[in-house]
Write a protein that binds this ligand. Structure first.
Ligand SMILES: [Zn+2]
Ligand SMILES: [Zn+2]
Length: 247
């Protein structure tokens, strides 16, 4: 497997960047994990015929799905001219919030499957497992297993007691590291992980690699954030746009 970072920001992009979107190459298949604002043009640059086999959305916040609406226009217009594959494209996403799900399902361009907590889905030899997380809307961590390797993508979530089990032994932990430690503050329920929480999670789960993403769009210097993550997990890596990471 290989993950290419097409966007790494949330909940809005830093100047010139894009929100969450990752192209996962897996056994000859191209799977998109999340599809936030700014991601479409980057994907189109890499795959001019939009050879996307499936899209998996961790949740339906705009920084993770906004460009699905643009992807839809492109699929409609390019497929009508035989310039890309014919829709529908399989899309796996939470069924809530209802309005966003309806926007995706109503077009006929996407073949929708609703995620359920604990569900396992097998597709072309790839196994996806979904775990409900803590976030203002229904949001899932996504485990992807293929060829004896495992990626665990946290999606957006505050820290939970069960995350160490879920991430345990993953070859790559792709994590929401939105907050500096001091920004976590005293919120009773946080929507994202702090640097220390992500680093501690990676260490406790004994993962091979921690890729830090969902970087707050209002910050352009991530050195302090990475310093805080590496205090707990020294080999943590900062997600870089357009860079590919083998798993
Ligand atoms: Zn987000
Ligand atoms: Zn979110």
């Amino acid at each position: 497997m290989e993950v290419t970072v097409l966007g790494r920001c949330g909940p809005f992009p830093a100047p010139g960047e894009a929100c969450s979107g990752y192209l996962l190459k897996c056994g000859g298949k191209n799977i998109m994990l999340d599809f936030g604002s700014g991601v479409f043009s980057r994907l189109y640059g890499l795959l001019p015929q939009l050879e996307v086999d499936a899209v998996v959305l961790s949740h339906l916040h705009s920084d993770h799905m906004a460009d699905m609406l643009i992807f839809r226009y492109a699929l409609e217009q390019l497929s009508a001219r035989s310039l890309c594959r014919q829709p529908p494209i399989p899309v796996i996403a939470p069924a809530e919030p209802r309005e966003e799900y309806r926007l995706l399902s109503g077009s006929g361009v996407f073949d929708m499957t609703a995620i359920k907590d604990g569900a396992k889905l097998r597709y072309e030899g790839i196994t996806f497992t979904f775990y409900r997380m803590t976030h203002p809307v229904e949001s899932y961590a996504i485990s992807v297993e293929y060829g004896g390797k495992r990626l665990l993508y946290t999606g957006d979530t505050g820290m939970r007691h069960d995350m160490v089990d879920i991430a345990s032994g993953a070859d790559m932990l792709l994590a929401d590291v939105c907050y500096l430690n001091e920004e976590l503050g005293t919120r009773p329920i946080a929507a994202h992980l702090s640097a220390a929480q992500a680093g501690n999670l990676a260490a406790a789960a004994n993962v091979d690699m921690l890729l830090c993403s969902h970087l707050w769009g209002g910050r352009t210097d991530h050195s302090e954030l990475m310093c805080q993550v590496r205090a707990a997990f020294p080999k943590a890596v900062l997600a870089e746009e357009f860079k590919s990471y083998p798993i």
